[in-house]
Ligand binder design. Sequence first.
Ligand SMILES: [Zn+2]
Length: 142
Amino acid sequence: MIDVVDAATRSRMMSGIRGKNTQPEVRLRSALHRRGFRFRVNKVGLPGRPDIVLASRRAVVLVHGCFWHRHDGCRFTTTPATRRRFWTEKFGQNIERDARNLKELEALGWRVWIVWECEIRKDFEDAVDRVARWLDRGKSTP
Ligand SMILES: [Zn+2]
């Protein structure tokens, strides 16, 4: 391949590309799409604006960042050392909102699967397998 840009420019380009493509929900959606799952753009404004909506299966897949959504017992679920009260409140609100969204989605007849970002980072294909199996089984998250 011929180098047409200098190293700094290329590095900027790469990080720009990486920033977009490696967003976990984008990666997961593409992988599921490759496996034949089809999505509809979420126009109805579902609670919590889910990342991945499979309308025909009445299924929603949420990709949760471990830090913001407080993945229980996860090493990414850290709490910043400063402004403790701010963070505690913030995290509390996030947890409440997640619980509320989940309830509302289920009340609307959607089944919901939560994928934690660390699962995607750890073994992406494994995470995709689990979601795909769940989608095919047609049951809710245990
Ligand atoms: Zn996690």
